[in-house]
Write a protein that binds this ligand. Structure first.
Ligand code: ZN
Length: 627
């Protein structure tokens, strides 16, 4: 028995050297390229870093496995081993044990490296060793090694076809994943050790672990039976194949196939990891926690665990409602970043990524509000996806619809009715003042020049409501898909673009706009009292002594606070608008230093908390500067 072990160790020696070589490479590259003392755990445990380790283990395990059992037979040394007083089962376990031992040096080396690096980069803020995390990483890697080895062993009996079979199996897996078959992610053997955190706790993927361990048991069992029972027939087969005249041809064809299959796989992976890096989220290390649901990946400040938990629990329900309304196919995971602070907006959505604000003062966050914002932003993500990004490409012409649709989803699916009324009051006032102009709504720069650009929320919601009333709930999704159609004319904008898209759906744009205006008139009637309670605001501008001052006047009682905002140019981005609440004598003042153009602009509005969802602004007023 000892002789057997010694023999196995001797034949595993090249692999042992290779493993040690790779391990030392990590140390060298670390000391050369990074400052080890500035390499905190959050960096060590990133997905890329972890994937590299997985791939090294995988290649080593497969290389080791392919020769481990079959070489004895192919080289004819098995008969010799059979002559020894040890059973084949013993030989099998001895070989596997040595192989696992060698492979486990990879996670062990990784673990030692991580501990060292982490110890070096201790800061005053991060003085805990996080043994739990480091050990979990190492343990999952160790299990992954066993799984790789088992798969390799089962395939090794296919001899020269083993690599081909492995490549084909991977393609089958890729296909299953593309078809969104639910078992596919469970069988992703490279993702077992992916770091998924809740707070600072590593979430061990138990179902995945169970599925892959079962796979390993099946593979190892197959290999064991093959090793036990197939007598010399395999050896004879190999010999016969070698003598066969077509063998060279077969070998050539196999090589070509293997190369094709694997180059394809590598290409696929590179494409995919490119996608991943494009979506990569940068976050402040370690204070950020992650939580995954079936549809979202949440990134949030570690200390906000409690307020985020309910959001995470109910997020997939939000996604399901939005997706049902738009009749959209499921997307992969949507990243929700709750860490960054967006200045004014409740949320923002880009391609498969959402930014949302938790209330910054650390107060208990309003869950229903967060869910509604999540619904709004998810609607943006799916709109963009369904329209194959044409919606955001034609931003100027589509912002009204895009925000209207997201607001419709937000207010009809997630907000209480009282909130919808507060949104619609803004639309009603705008209509009553005859400030709803269709050509402005289909051209965002015109709207922004003349009016409050946030009017797209209340007015857009009414427009989408009119659309749904006229053409049914599926109309929004249908329009989005019509944007993506292949033969859509490329250069249309504004009204023409919308006419074309409506036509493609068999809808009539002017019918819907008529419905929209009629709906607004109904709202005017419904909110008459509110509209009448809102006096028109007038401004008188005084310039001098380094200030611009707008004195505001109105008839009747003030229903709320008076707001005045300023911009130096018509095309100033809205985040640079200067906003003032009226003070004593109803005047609003800004320093004139930032208003050095020929003219400047101001806009007056009523801020009526609770009753209106946003400040109700009048049109922008342009004023010539007094030099
Ligand atoms: Zn929006």
């Amino acid at each position: 028995m000892r002789a057997l072990l010694k023999k196995e160790l001797r034949s595993a020696l090249p692999f042992l050297m290779l493993v040690l070589f790779f391990a030392s490479l990590d140390w060298v590259s670390l000391s050369l390229t990074e400052y080890p003392e500035q390499f905190p755990l959050s960096k060590v445990l990133t997905e890329e870093h972890r994937t590299d380790a997985q791939i090294t283990s995988f290649i080593m395990a497969i290389a080791l496995a392919l020769g481990l059992l079959v070489r004895e037979r192919d080289e004819g040394t098995l008969a010799f081993l059979d002559g020894l007083p040890v059973s084949r089962a013993r030989i099998f376990f001895c070989k596997v044990a040595v192989a696992v031992g060698v492979l486990w040096l990879i996670p062990l080396a990784g673990f030692l490296l991580n501990v060292t690096v982490h110890a070096l980069s201790w800061t005053s803020l991060n003085t805990s060793m996080h043994w739990g995390l480091l050990l979990t990483a190492a343990a999952l890697d160790a299990v992954a090694c066993v799984i790789y080895l088992a798969v390799g062993l089962a395939l090794s009996f296919l001899r020269r076809f083993a690599l081909l079979a492995l490549g084909l199996l991977m393609w089958v897996w890729v296909l299953l994943r593309q078809m969104e078959i639910p078992v596919a992610p469970l069988l992703d053997i490279f993702s077992l050790g992916d770091p998924v955190f809740e707070g600072q706790r590593w979430l061990v993927p138990w179902p995945k672990l169970a599925a892959q361990l079962s796979l390993a048991v099946i593979c190892a069992g197959t290999a064991f039976i093959a090793f036990q029972h197939s007598g010399d027939s395999a050896e004879r087969l190999v010999a016969r194949l070698r003598r066969w005249r077509g063998s060279a041809l077969l070998a050539g064809a196999t090589t070509v196939l293997i190369t094709t299959v694997w180059i394809g796989l590598v290409y696929y992976w590179i494409e995919e990891s490119d996608d991943k890096t494009r979506e990569k989220v940068h976050y402040t290390p370690w204070s950020t926690a992650r939580a995954n649901t079936a549809r979202y990946q949440f990134l949030y400040p570690d200390d906000r665990n409690a307020s985020v938990r309910e959001l995470v629990n109910r997020a997939d329900m939000v996604e399901a409602k939005v997706r049902e309304f738009l009749n959209a196919p499921a997307l992969g995971s949507i990243v929700v970043d709750l860490v960054g602070e967006q200045p004014r907006h409740a949320g923002q959505a880009y391609w498969k990524k959402i930014h949302m604000n938790l209330s910054s003062d650390g107060a208990e966050t309003d869950l229903d509000q967060l869910l509604a914002v999540l619904g709004h932003e998810t609607a943006h993500v799916y709109s963009d996806h369904l329209s194959e990004s044409r919606l955001s490409d034609k931003f100027e012409s589509t912002r009204f619809f895009s925000e209207g649709l997201a607001s419709f989803v937000e207010y009809h699916l997630f907000q209480p009715p009282a909130k919808l009324a507060s949104l619609r009051r803004v639309a009603a006032v705008t209509r009553a003042r005859d400030e709803v102009k269709l050509q402005e709504l289909f051209d965002d720069s015109q709207l922004t020049r003349k009016r409050d650009r946030d009017l797209v929320y209340p007015l857009g919601e009414v427009f989408v409501a009119a659309l749904v009333k006229r053409h049914g709930a599926e109309a929004a999704g249908k329009l989005l898909r019509a944007f993506a159609r292949k033969k859509a004319p490329k250069d249309l904008r504004g009204f023409a673009l919308w006419q074309d898209t409506f036509q493609a759906c068999g809808y009539n744009l002017s019918e819907t706009t008529d419905g929209f205006l009629a709906e607004l008139d109904l709202l005017v009637a419904e909110h008459r009292l509110f509209i009448d309670s809102l006096p028109r605001l007038h401004g008188a501008v005084a310039q001098g002594d380094g200030h611009i001052c707008v004195r505001v006047s109105h008839e009747g009682n003030a229903p709320g606070k008076i707001v005045c905002r300023f911009r130096p140019r018509a095309d100033t981005e809205d985040r640079f608008y200067e906003l003032r609440f009226a003070e004593k004598g109803n005047s609003c003042e800004v320093r004139s230093a930032s208003y050095q153009e020929r003219s400047f602009w101001y806009q007056l509005g009523w801020w009526i908390e609770k009753e209106a969802s946003q400040v109700i602004y009048g049109p922008w007023v342009e004023v010539l500067r007094q030099q």
